[in-house]
Design a protein around this ligand. Structure first.
Ligand SMILES: C[S@@+](CC[C@H](N)C(=O)[O-])C[C@H]1O[C@@H](n2cnc3c(N)ncnc32)[C@H](O)[C@@H]1O
Length: 493
């Protein structure tokens, strides 16, 4: 999430300073000179005998160094990390002092703060242009995973894994994660760091351009091919196998807006070897099911989206994902607190009731979950964040409108000039007479402004306007019983 941060640029320096202080602290500790108060003692002064201090050796791999834990808050207690089976094994990621294969015991999950500190140690600066404000609190990350209801076997799409701090909590909860990262450097580090971690597929690219719908269909297809069919009590959260391959079939789905392709189902986007390992692993594990697929009754699960979104793509990403209620059950995303309040807590009649509220409610039920202090991010942004859950409606559960595209165009136009009455703001889509007649037909005040209307009232208005347009079109059509209307009278005469 990018925040308009005045603290942004200076914060890298601050964290680097803290890294440096921490190194000094460790050097003092290793030299047996624990300072009063533990962490912030004074540096040895001139004249005192100084112990010989060796500069700490820089980590030889990019694996985070847990010894950097106390950098951000030296008084903070050890974070309570999940123990659902963090999968890094010594041998996969040897660090200084560990030889490959030295032990088969799982390693502890590196702390979020140490992962971020490692970036700065490697002289990698957070990029404001990519909204890089990294979460540094494992407690918050864990709360997000719990609030998202992520559990073993869940399919999760993460946009912008960055440091991998959220990713590893998702993996630790047992999810199969597909993560899309745009930043070349961070993608490279993740690829290297998670090379042998099962359950993670990385996609390199811009989440708005890689073909997310295809990626999601690929995730679902892989799972469907790999796992035996299960009994699914909540039918509305599952999608039919045939729909996966061909796209949504619901009558309520607007054919104009569907971008599904059959290719999507069989061609997942570029992924790294971990995803291949994951599919291979699951396919092998279920090889006894080969040839069983194909029955029309087979259902496949939907995916979850969990992400600490870069601010600059939040709007476009929601536009892209909210209509995918046939593939996604719920989105759990961190966005700016103020934007989260605007999306979830505004009601009609107020000055902050916008087209985005109507659009959001059309596709889902949004819920503000909890606020996240800006101090939990690094660099520290200018505003707090918040977790918002969007529970997507399957296409069949949405309000029926003649055309979703026309409906959203109507709403956007109505809100484009907020102070105007809709009979004026909706021109030139509709004449003022048409709008007045439609408003009256809906039982609404003919002087209504966009901010006065609920979602349901917009839906009714769009139906009235559509009916009117059809009727007027019929009026314009030539009537075969009256040849003069066809112009035949003239021709004949
Ligand atoms: C707010 S950071 C979140 C990082 C990490 N998930 C965390 O919670 O600390 C946003 C991440 O999204 C990445 N990003 C920015 N724009 C992107 C895009 N268009 N597509 C994919 N990733 C993007 C950034 O490089 C960064 O890693």
């Amino acid at each position: 999430m990018t925040f308009q941060s005045h603290a942004h640029l200076s914060h890298n320096n601050q964290l680097c300073q803290r890294v440096h202080q921490s190194q000094q602290q460790r050097m003092r500790l290793s030299a047996g000179r624990r300072t009063p108060g533990g962490s912030t003692g004074s540096i040895p002064t001139k004249g005192r005998s100084r112990p010989e201090i060796k500069a700490p050796r820089k980590a030889e791999t990019r694996a985070p160094n847990p010894s950097l834990l106390p950098i951000i808050n030296p008084t903070e207690e050890q974070v309570n990390l999940p123990n659902l089976g963090w999968m890094w094994q010594v041998g996969n990621h040897p660090t200084a002092g560990e030889s490959q294969g030295a032990s088969a015991s799982p390693r502890h999950m590196p702390s979020a703060v140490s992962t971020v500190a490692n970036l700065y140690e490697d002289r990698i600066k957070a990029k404001r242009s990519l909204g890089q404000n990294f979460l540094t609190d494992d407690g918050v990350l864990q709360d997000i995973v719990v609030a998202a209801g992520v559990g073993p076997g869940d399919l999760v799409l993460e946009v912008g894994p960055g440091t991998g701090n959220l990713t590893k909590h998702l993996l630790a909860a047992g999810a199969h994660v597909t993560a899309v990262e745009k930043d070349d450097t961070l993608y490279g580090r993740l690829q290297e760091e998670y090379r042998n971690v099962p359950g993670l597929a990385l996609i390199h690219g811009d989440a708005l351009k890689v073909g997310l719908e295809e990626a999601i269909r690929g995730m679902l297809m892989q799972e469907r091919q790999a796992e035996p069919p299960r009994a699914h009590p909540q039918s509305e959260t599952y999608v039919g196998a045939a729909e996966l391959a061909t796209g949504p079939t619901s009558a309520a789905t607007d054919p104009e807006t569907s971008t599904s392709t059959a290719r999507a189902a069989t061609t997942p986007p570029r992924q790294n070897s971990t995803s291949e390992a994951w599919s291979r692993k699951t396919a092998t594990a279920n090889s006894g099911d080969a040839g069983r697929g194909g029955s029309g009754g087979e259902r496949s699960r939907k995916i979850k989206v969990v992400a600490n979104l870069p601010y600059n793509i939040t709007k476009d990403l929601l536009l892209l994902l909210l209509p995918l209620g046939d593939l996604i059950s719920d989105l759990h995303v961190m966005i700016q607190h103020e934007a989260a309040v605007r999306l979830t807590e505004r009601t009609p009649g107020g000055p902050e009731w916008r087209a985005a509220n109507i659009r959001t409610l059309f596709y889902c039920k949004p819920r503000y979950r909890f606020r996240i202090s800006r101090l939990k991010y690094d660099p520290v942004p200018g505003v707090d964040g918040a977790l918002v859950t969007f529970s997507l409606l399957p296409p069949g559960a949405r309000h029926a409108v003649p055309s979703e595209r026309a409906f959203h165009a109507l709403v956007v136009k109505a809100f484009s000039e907020r102070r105007k009455k809709m009979r004026n703001s909706l021109q030139p889509l509709h004449s003022s007479n048409q709008v007045e007649a439609a408003l009256a037909g809906c039982g609404l005040n003919v002087d209504a402004r966009a901010q006065d209307l609920t979602l349901e009232q917009f839906v009714t208005l769009s139906r009235h306007l559509h009916q009117q347009t059809l009727a007027e079109g019929m009026d314009l059509l030539p009537n075969p019983r009256h040849p003069e209307a066809l112009g035949q009278g003239e021709e004949q005469g």
